[in-house]
Design a protein around this ligand. Structure first.
Ligand SMILES: [Ca+2]
Ligand SMILES: [Ca+2]
Ligand SMILES: [Ca+2]
Ligand SMILES: [Ca+2]
Length: 331
Protein backbone atom coordinates (compact mmCIF):
# COMPACT_ATOMS: atom_id res chain seq x y z
CA UNK A 1 0.00 0.00 0.00
CA UNK A 2 1.23 3.41 -0.89
CA UNK A 3 0.26 6.35 1.20
CA UNK A 4 0.35 9.67 -0.53
CA UNK A 5 0.36 12.94 1.23
CA UNK A 6 0.97 16.50 0.25
CA UNK A 7 2.04 17.58 3.68
CA UNK A 8 3.79 15.33 6.13
CA UNK A 9 5.45 11.95 6.37
CA UNK A 10 2.76 9.29 6.43
CA UNK A 11 3.00 6.36 8.86
CA UNK A 12 4.38 3.18 7.44
CA UNK A 13 1.73 0.88 6.09
CA UNK A 14 1.07 -2.63 7.34
CA UNK A 15 2.91 -3.92 4.31
CA UNK A 16 5.93 -2.00 5.34
CA UNK A 17 6.20 0.42 2.49
CA UNK A 18 4.85 3.86 2.08
CA UNK A 19 5.71 6.62 -0.26
CA UNK A 20 5.11 10.21 0.51
CA UNK A 21 5.15 13.00 -1.98
CA UNK A 22 5.50 16.52 -0.82
CA UNK A 23 4.90 19.23 -3.34
CA UNK A 24 2.78 22.25 -2.75
CA UNK A 25 -0.35 22.18 -4.83
CA UNK A 26 0.25 18.83 -6.46
CA UNK A 27 -1.85 15.74 -6.57
CA UNK A 28 -1.12 12.33 -8.00
CA UNK A 29 -3.23 10.60 -10.63
CA UNK A 30 -2.67 6.96 -11.39
CA UNK A 31 -1.47 6.16 -14.86
CA UNK A 32 -1.03 9.74 -16.03
CA UNK A 33 1.48 12.32 -15.17
CA UNK A 34 0.17 15.39 -13.44
CA UNK A 35 2.01 18.65 -13.53
CA UNK A 36 3.73 19.42 -10.29
CA UNK A 37 5.78 22.45 -9.35
CA UNK A 38 9.42 22.05 -8.45
CA UNK A 39 11.11 21.79 -5.88
CA UNK A 40 9.74 18.29 -5.48
CA UNK A 41 10.38 15.94 -2.58
CA UNK A 42 10.05 12.17 -3.03
CA UNK A 43 10.20 10.21 0.19
CA UNK A 44 10.09 6.45 0.60
CA UNK A 45 9.34 5.02 4.02
CA UNK A 46 10.17 1.34 4.30
CA UNK A 47 9.35 -0.20 7.66
CA UNK A 48 10.93 -3.54 6.88
CA UNK A 49 13.94 -4.87 8.75
CA UNK A 50 15.73 -2.68 9.29
CA UNK A 51 13.27 0.14 8.77
CA UNK A 52 14.59 2.82 6.53
CA UNK A 53 13.31 5.94 4.91
CA UNK A 54 15.04 8.17 2.42
CA UNK A 55 14.23 11.32 0.54
CA UNK A 56 15.20 12.69 -2.84
CA UNK A 57 14.76 16.35 -3.66
CA UNK A 58 14.43 17.33 -7.32
CA UNK A 59 14.54 20.80 -8.82
CA UNK A 60 15.91 22.91 -11.62
CA UNK A 61 19.40 23.61 -10.34
CA UNK A 62 20.04 26.70 -12.42
CA UNK A 63 23.10 26.24 -14.61
CA UNK A 64 23.34 22.62 -13.37
CA UNK A 65 19.97 21.74 -14.90
CA UNK A 66 17.03 19.54 -13.87
CA UNK A 67 18.39 17.19 -11.25
CA UNK A 68 18.81 16.30 -7.61
CA UNK A 69 19.18 19.02 -5.05
CA UNK A 70 19.76 16.58 -2.20
CA UNK A 71 19.25 13.01 -0.98
CA UNK A 72 19.30 11.79 2.59
CA UNK A 73 18.24 9.03 4.97
CA UNK A 74 15.78 9.92 7.68
CA UNK A 75 17.68 9.56 10.93
CA UNK A 76 20.79 8.52 9.04
CA UNK A 77 23.40 9.86 6.72
CA UNK A 78 22.54 12.93 4.68
CA UNK A 79 24.06 15.50 2.36
CA UNK A 80 24.58 13.15 -0.57
CA UNK A 81 24.51 15.95 -3.14
CA UNK A 82 24.88 19.66 -3.68
CA UNK A 83 22.98 19.87 -7.02
CA UNK A 84 23.60 16.76 -9.02
CA UNK A 85 22.65 14.74 -12.07
CA UNK A 86 21.50 17.39 -14.49
CA UNK A 87 22.97 17.65 -17.95
CA UNK A 88 24.08 20.21 -20.51
CA UNK A 89 23.62 20.11 -24.27
CA UNK A 90 26.43 21.99 -25.96
CA UNK A 91 26.92 23.80 -22.67
CA UNK A 92 23.28 24.77 -22.10
CA UNK A 93 21.47 23.17 -19.14
CA UNK A 94 18.31 21.17 -19.70
CA UNK A 95 15.62 22.81 -17.53
CA UNK A 96 12.06 21.52 -17.12
CA UNK A 97 9.59 24.37 -17.51
CA UNK A 98 5.82 24.23 -17.80
CA UNK A 99 5.25 25.28 -21.42
CA UNK A 100 2.38 27.66 -20.76
CA UNK A 101 3.06 28.87 -17.28
CA UNK A 102 6.78 29.41 -17.86
CA UNK A 103 7.44 28.03 -14.40
CA UNK A 104 9.58 25.24 -12.96
CA UNK A 105 7.50 22.07 -13.16
CA UNK A 106 7.51 18.41 -14.18
CA UNK A 107 4.99 15.62 -14.74
CA UNK A 108 4.54 13.30 -11.78
CA UNK A 109 3.34 9.72 -11.92
CA UNK A 110 3.52 6.47 -9.98
CA UNK A 111 3.68 3.08 -11.66
CA UNK A 112 2.35 -0.30 -10.55
CA UNK A 113 5.56 -1.02 -8.62
CA UNK A 114 5.24 2.12 -6.56
CA UNK A 115 8.16 3.69 -8.38
CA UNK A 116 7.84 7.44 -8.86
CA UNK A 117 8.55 9.21 -12.15
CA UNK A 118 9.17 12.90 -12.65
CA UNK A 119 9.08 13.62 -16.35
CA UNK A 120 10.51 16.92 -17.46
CA UNK A 121 8.85 19.03 -20.13
CA UNK A 122 10.41 19.15 -23.57
CA UNK A 123 12.89 21.94 -24.22
CA UNK A 124 14.60 22.87 -27.49
CA UNK A 125 18.38 22.72 -27.31
CA UNK A 126 20.78 22.71 -30.29
CA UNK A 127 17.96 21.88 -32.69
CA UNK A 128 16.83 18.87 -30.64
CA UNK A 129 13.72 18.25 -28.57
CA UNK A 130 15.22 17.39 -25.20
CA UNK A 131 13.66 16.03 -22.02
CA UNK A 132 14.60 14.07 -18.94
CA UNK A 133 12.71 11.68 -16.69
CA UNK A 134 13.81 10.89 -13.16
CA UNK A 135 12.67 7.58 -11.70
CA UNK A 136 12.87 6.86 -7.98
CA UNK A 137 12.65 3.19 -7.13
CA UNK A 138 10.49 2.28 -4.14
CA UNK A 139 12.37 -0.79 -2.94
CA UNK A 140 15.92 0.51 -2.96
CA UNK A 141 17.36 4.03 -2.77
CA UNK A 142 18.24 4.15 -6.44
CA UNK A 143 17.47 7.06 -8.77
CA UNK A 144 17.62 6.74 -12.54
CA UNK A 145 17.55 9.53 -15.07
CA UNK A 146 16.81 9.02 -18.74
CA UNK A 147 17.62 11.86 -21.09
CA UNK A 148 15.73 11.89 -24.38
CA UNK A 149 16.95 13.61 -27.53
CA UNK A 150 14.68 13.76 -30.58
CA UNK A 151 15.85 15.22 -33.87
CA UNK A 152 12.82 16.69 -35.68
CA UNK A 153 14.93 17.89 -38.60
CA UNK A 154 16.13 16.44 -41.89
CA UNK A 155 19.83 16.43 -41.04
CA UNK A 156 21.78 14.54 -38.41
CA UNK A 157 22.64 16.62 -35.35
CA UNK A 158 25.87 16.25 -33.37
CA UNK A 159 25.93 17.57 -29.83
CA UNK A 160 28.04 17.19 -26.72
CA UNK A 161 26.13 16.16 -23.61
CA UNK A 162 27.71 16.70 -20.20
CA UNK A 163 26.22 14.88 -17.19
CA UNK A 164 27.27 16.99 -14.24
CA UNK A 165 26.97 17.33 -10.52
CA UNK A 166 28.45 18.27 -7.19
CA UNK A 167 28.73 15.94 -4.21
CA UNK A 168 27.96 16.64 -0.57
CA UNK A 169 31.25 14.99 0.32
CA UNK A 170 32.97 18.24 -0.63
CA UNK A 171 36.69 18.37 0.03
CA UNK A 172 36.71 14.92 1.66
CA UNK A 173 35.53 13.20 -1.52
CA UNK A 174 37.15 9.87 -2.28
CA UNK A 175 36.45 7.80 -5.37
CA UNK A 176 36.61 4.03 -5.64
CA UNK A 177 36.74 2.87 -9.26
CA UNK A 178 34.62 -0.04 -10.38
CA UNK A 179 35.48 -2.64 -12.98
CA UNK A 180 35.14 -0.11 -15.77
CA UNK A 181 35.25 3.65 -15.92
CA UNK A 182 31.51 4.13 -16.15
CA UNK A 183 31.06 2.62 -12.69
CA UNK A 184 32.44 4.04 -9.44
CA UNK A 185 31.64 4.74 -5.80
CA UNK A 186 32.16 8.01 -3.97
CA UNK A 187 32.26 8.70 -0.23
CA UNK A 188 33.33 11.29 2.28
CA UNK A 189 35.84 9.15 4.14
CA UNK A 190 33.73 8.34 7.21
CA UNK A 191 32.43 11.87 7.79
CA UNK A 192 28.67 11.25 7.73
CA UNK A 193 27.44 11.43 4.14
CA UNK A 194 25.89 8.44 2.36
CA UNK A 195 28.11 6.18 0.28
CA UNK A 196 27.12 6.79 -3.34
CA UNK A 197 27.23 4.43 -6.29
CA UNK A 198 27.47 6.04 -9.72
CA UNK A 199 26.76 4.25 -12.97
CA UNK A 200 27.23 6.51 -15.98
CA UNK A 201 28.00 4.06 -18.79
CA UNK A 202 27.92 0.34 -19.49
CA UNK A 203 31.09 -1.73 -19.81
CA UNK A 204 30.89 -1.71 -23.60
CA UNK A 205 31.35 2.04 -23.52
CA UNK A 206 34.60 2.55 -21.64
CA UNK A 207 34.93 5.88 -19.96
CA UNK A 208 38.04 7.85 -19.21
CA UNK A 209 38.01 8.60 -15.49
CA UNK A 210 40.11 11.35 -14.06
CA UNK A 211 39.86 12.22 -10.42
CA UNK A 212 41.79 14.05 -7.78
CA UNK A 213 41.11 13.60 -4.08
CA UNK A 214 39.46 16.65 -2.67
CA UNK A 215 37.39 17.45 -5.75
CA UNK A 216 33.65 17.02 -5.41
CA UNK A 217 32.45 17.74 -8.95
CA UNK A 218 31.64 15.00 -11.43
CA UNK A 219 31.22 15.33 -15.14
CA UNK A 220 30.75 12.64 -17.76
CA UNK A 221 30.93 13.74 -21.38
CA UNK A 222 29.04 12.17 -24.28
CA UNK A 223 29.51 13.42 -27.83
CA UNK A 224 26.44 12.01 -29.56
CA UNK A 225 24.89 12.03 -33.00
CA UNK A 226 21.11 12.10 -33.28
CA UNK A 227 20.13 10.94 -36.77
CA UNK A 228 17.47 12.91 -38.64
CA UNK A 229 14.04 11.95 -37.36
CA UNK A 230 15.45 9.67 -34.64
CA UNK A 231 15.15 9.59 -30.86
CA UNK A 232 18.05 8.48 -28.67
CA UNK A 233 18.59 8.27 -24.92
CA UNK A 234 21.31 8.49 -22.31
CA UNK A 235 20.80 6.62 -19.07
CA UNK A 236 22.30 7.22 -15.63
CA UNK A 237 21.93 5.61 -12.21
CA UNK A 238 22.84 6.87 -8.78
CA UNK A 239 22.36 4.92 -5.55
CA UNK A 240 22.77 6.07 -1.95
CA UNK A 241 23.70 3.82 0.97
CA UNK A 242 23.29 4.53 4.67
CA UNK A 243 25.76 3.40 7.33
CA UNK A 244 26.17 3.53 11.13
CA UNK A 245 22.81 5.08 11.88
CA UNK A 246 19.70 4.18 13.83
CA UNK A 247 18.47 2.17 10.85
CA UNK A 248 21.72 0.99 9.32
CA UNK A 249 23.67 -1.42 11.49
CA UNK A 250 26.65 -1.52 9.19
CA UNK A 251 30.05 0.06 9.52
CA UNK A 252 31.28 2.63 7.06
CA UNK A 253 33.91 0.21 5.80
CA UNK A 254 31.38 -2.55 5.27
CA UNK A 255 28.92 -0.18 3.59
CA UNK A 256 31.65 0.81 1.19
CA UNK A 257 32.45 -2.80 0.43
CA UNK A 258 28.80 -3.67 -0.13
CA UNK A 259 28.37 -0.62 -2.33
CA UNK A 260 31.23 -1.66 -4.56
CA UNK A 261 30.04 -5.26 -4.80
CA UNK A 262 26.48 -4.08 -5.40
CA UNK A 263 27.60 -1.77 -8.16
CA UNK A 264 29.12 -4.65 -10.08
CA UNK A 265 26.06 -6.77 -9.53
CA UNK A 266 23.47 -4.18 -10.43
CA UNK A 267 24.92 -2.00 -13.14
CA UNK A 268 27.20 -4.04 -15.35
CA UNK A 269 24.04 -5.38 -16.95
CA UNK A 270 21.07 -3.55 -15.43
CA UNK A 271 18.05 -5.74 -14.74
CA UNK A 272 14.72 -5.44 -16.50
CA UNK A 273 13.34 -3.87 -13.34
CA UNK A 274 15.99 -1.15 -13.39
CA UNK A 275 15.52 -0.40 -17.08
CA UNK A 276 11.71 -0.57 -17.20
CA UNK A 277 10.13 2.57 -18.51
CA UNK A 278 8.44 4.28 -21.38
CA UNK A 279 11.50 4.53 -23.60
CA UNK A 280 13.18 2.43 -26.26
CA UNK A 281 16.01 0.41 -24.75
CA UNK A 282 17.53 -0.10 -28.19
CA UNK A 283 17.98 3.65 -28.50
CA UNK A 284 20.05 3.97 -25.31
CA UNK A 285 23.51 5.08 -26.42
CA UNK A 286 25.64 4.60 -23.31
CA UNK A 287 24.49 1.14 -22.26
CA UNK A 288 23.83 -2.15 -23.90
CA UNK A 289 20.47 -2.90 -22.36
CA UNK A 290 18.57 -4.28 -25.33
CA UNK A 291 17.98 -8.00 -25.09
CA UNK A 292 18.14 -7.77 -21.34
CA UNK A 293 16.48 -10.69 -19.57
CA UNK A 294 14.15 -12.62 -21.82
CA UNK A 295 13.59 -9.78 -24.18
CA UNK A 296 10.16 -8.75 -23.06
CA UNK A 297 10.70 -7.57 -19.54
CA UNK A 298 12.95 -4.65 -20.13
CA UNK A 299 10.41 -2.13 -21.13
CA UNK A 300 7.37 -1.35 -19.05
CA UNK A 301 6.25 1.19 -21.58
CA UNK A 302 5.10 -1.46 -23.96
CA UNK A 303 7.17 -0.43 -26.94
CA UNK A 304 10.42 -2.19 -26.20
CA UNK A 305 9.60 -5.86 -26.32
CA UNK A 306 9.84 -6.14 -30.08
CA UNK A 307 12.61 -3.70 -30.73
CA UNK A 308 15.50 -6.08 -31.01
CA UNK A 309 15.35 -5.94 -34.79
CA UNK A 310 15.50 -2.22 -35.36
CA UNK A 311 18.73 -1.17 -33.73
CA UNK A 312 20.40 -0.14 -36.97
CA UNK A 313 19.21 3.43 -36.95
CA UNK A 314 21.11 4.32 -33.82
CA UNK A 315 23.77 1.62 -33.58
CA UNK A 316 26.21 3.58 -35.70
CA UNK A 317 26.24 6.43 -33.23
CA UNK A 318 27.42 4.26 -30.35
CA UNK A 319 30.98 4.22 -31.50
CA UNK A 320 30.97 7.98 -31.10
CA UNK A 321 30.48 7.73 -27.37
CA UNK A 322 33.40 8.66 -25.24
CA UNK A 323 32.76 9.18 -21.57
CA UNK A 324 35.04 11.39 -19.58
CA UNK A 325 34.71 11.92 -15.89
CA UNK A 326 36.80 14.75 -14.70
CA UNK A 327 37.27 16.54 -11.43
CA UNK A 328 36.89 20.21 -11.00
CA UNK A 329 33.89 20.77 -13.21
CA UNK A 330 32.63 24.28 -12.65
CA UNK A 331 29.50 24.32 -14.78
CA1 LIG B 1 19.62 23.10 -5.72
CA1 LIG C 1 23.90 18.87 0.17
CA1 LIG D 1 28.95 16.58 3.54
CA1 LIG E 1 29.90 19.89 -2.51
Amino acid sequence: MKILSTSTLAPASALGLAVVLVAAGSSLASGHGVSTPLTHYVTFDNSGTPPQSWEWTVENNGSDGFGLDEAEFDGGTGDAFDDFGGFLVDGDPYISMHPEEDADAALLSEDENGDIHLEGYVAQLSGLDVSSTWTFFSETPIARSVATFTNPGDDDVEVVVDYIGNLGSDGRTQIVPGSHDGLFVTHDNDAGDPVITHAVAGPEYPAVVEWEAGQDDISARYPITVPAGATVHLLWFVEIRDWESANADISFEDALEVAIAGAEERYLAPSAALTAGDFDLDAVLNWSVQGDGDGDGGDGGGDGGDDDDDVDDVDDTRSDIETIIRPGYTG
